[in-house]
Design a protein around this ligand. Structure first.
Ligand SMILES: [Zn+2]
Length: 50
């Protein structure tokens, strides 16, 4: 039940990272602080809604 999810920068909205999660176990949308090469800094990245 692993699904590929995409993380988008909350400042520029670009999709910078992909990951996988098991939607049966993790029901919340994930948030990560990651480096955005477009913003050139660490920003919050949110899981994209499909
Ligand atoms: Zn960005």
């Amino acid at each position: 039940m692993q699904e590929v999810i995409t993380f988008a920068c909350t400042e520029c909205d670009r999709k910078n990272y992909t990951s996988q999660k098991n939607k049966k176990i993790i029901k919340d949308r994930l948030e990560l602080v990651k480096y955005c090469k477009w913003c050139k800094k660490h920003t919050k990245h949110k899981e994209e809604k499909k």
